[in-house]
Design a binder for this molecule. Structure first.
Ligand SMILES: Nc1ncnc2c1ncn2[C@@H]1O[C@H](COP(=O)(O)OP(=O)(O)OP(=O)(O)O)[C@@H](O)[C@H]1O
Length: 259
């Protein structure tokens, strides 16, 4: 069932006042794939993510996630659906007054009833899963490096064993070594856990290292969704400049692809 769509967006329009961000946007994300969303600054990548997860209301169109239409659900059904995905926002969005373990446990307190020691064990498991030392569990976000905070955010996003992981610019602000390590972790986790990943990124190295397909946002819609080979074959000016410009070529060479 590799082609089964777990996210299906059709005819989406989003707008803020008179400002139309998306018009007639279609996008399918297939089960088990890592889909990278790219596009120029302000083309609406983050707004698309936020709209799919219900944080922003579409002006028109239809959004299905895991076979459900979030806007048609009652509160209880919505909560049940929300437990099936995890989100890592750009800034990690950790609660600064809580330790890493407590951040992971927010989801357990909200959605599950379980004894404290079991929550501790589960949080420790998630902390290890994302490659953090166990000591990090009792630290506050301000005591961690940027890379460790991203991993802590990922641990929180994975708290409830989601089927879909939404990531907004996960490698932004990381040094190249930290970013490459995060890419490897993401790919390993995606394969081990069978996740579907919706990944907003500007990072060409991340695209090469992790994505099965890429969707390009321009002119208020997805102008091309396909593999890296499809991107290289396109003659759309933005796509050509992005993927075949000096940075695109360098990223391709680093992954052993001819530039
Ligand atoms: N809550 C909001 N109210 C009004 N306008 C908004 C809101 N959120 C986003 N926008 C506008 O929607 C457009 C798309 O924003 P978005 O953050 O999705 O862009 P992006 O493609 O993720 O950009 P970047 O790559 O720079 O992060 C921008 O013009 C932005 O100003």
């Amino acid at each position: 069932m590799k082609d089964e769509a777990v996210i299906d967006v059709r005819g989406l329009r989003t707008q803020f006042g008179d400002h139309v961000v998306h018009e007639n946007l279609d996008l399918k994300v297939r089960k088990g794939e890592v889909l990278g969303i790219v596009g120029g600054s302000g083309t609406g990548k983050s707004v698309l993510l936020r709209t799919i997860v219900g944080l922003n209301r579409p002006a028109a169109g239809r959004i299905e996630v895991l076979g459900e239409e979030p806007s048609m659900l009652n509160e209880e059904e919505r909560q049940a659906l929300e437990q099936r995905w995890g989100i890592l926002f750009q800034d990690g969005a950790l609660f600064s007054a809580l330790t890493v373990a407590e951040n992971v446990q927010v989801a357990y307190r909200e959605h599950l009833k379980m004894p404290g020691d079991m929550m501790d064990e589960l949080a420790a498991l998630k902390v290890r899963l994302v490659g953090l030392p166990i000591e990090a569990a009792s630290k506050y976000p301000s005591e961690l490096s940027g890379g460790m905070r991203k991993r802590a955010g990922l641990a929180r996003a994975l708290a409830l064993d989601p089927e879909i992981l939404f990531l907004d610019e996960p490698t932004a602000g990381l040094d190249p070594i930290g970013a490459a390590a995060f890419d490897r972790l993401l790919k390993e986790l995606q394969q081990a856990l069978g996740l579907t990943v919706f990944l907003v990124t500007h990072d060409l190295d991340t695209l090469y290292a992790t994505c099965d397909r890429i969707a390009v946002l321009a002119d208020k819609r997805v102008i091309l969704a396909g593999t890296m080979e499809d991107m290289m074959a396109s003659d759309h000016p933005w796509i050509t400049e992005y993927f075949k410009g000096p940075r695109g070529r360098a990223a391709g060479r680093a992954q052993g692809k001819p530039g």
